[in-house]
Design a protein around this ligand. Structure first.
Ligand code: SF4
Ligand code: SF4
Length: 153
């Protein structure tokens, strides 16, 4: 069984974070800068990478839950560092540690499937939609697929 340090090491390996040269290109294209009024270097891909490389307590850090997993920073990185893969792995480690306060769990299967800050951003833009739209967003995509297949069998 891997411990949290092993999982962080795996996150670094999988994302190539060790190769970061701190150029900031990922920050310049990251949509979080426009999404969140409280956007800061702490929340930015470069900030998360730096904290991970410095050995700061990043799995417990709320800032790992704002990322949309859009991959924009990854596409623009001259070193091929994947901010998306790093943050995904850090979130997986947080879920394994039961640090679920920033992760929404599926009403059907109970698995964590969406980051609450990202959902809050989406819900704020859907505020005028019918209430059933929000119900759909309480169920993870694999469970929605199962329900769809059962209904249409
Ligand atoms: S674009 Fe790549 S090298 Fe530049 S700060 Fe971001 S992760 Fe590091
Ligand atoms: S994957 Fe996350 S950290 Fe990277 S650019 Fe997209 S929102 Fe920003």
């Amino acid at each position: 069984m891997k411990n949290t340090k092993d999982k962080i090491d795996e996150a670094k390996r999988a994302s190539g974070a060790d190769s970061c040269v701190e150029c900031g290109r990922c920050v310049a294209v990251c949509p979080m800068a426009e999404m969140y009024a409280n956007f800061s270097i702490e929340m930015s891909p470069r900030g998360i990478i730096k904290k991970t490389l410095m050995g700061d307590p990043v799995v417990e850090d709320k800032n790992i839950w704002y990322c949309t997993e859009c991959n924009a920073g990854t596409d623009t990185c001259p070193q091929g560092v994947s901010c998306r893969d790093l943050i995904r792995k850090l979130r997986e480690a947080a879920v394994d540690e039961n640090l679920l306060e920033n992760a929404k769990t599926c009403k059907c299967c109970g698995r964590a499937f969406v980051a609450i800050p990202v959902e809050d951003f989406v819900f704020a833009r859907l505020k005028d939609e019918p209430a059933n739209v929000f119900g759909v967003l309480d169920i993870c995509p694999p469970c929605r697929r199962e329900i769809y297949l059962l209904r249409n069998a």
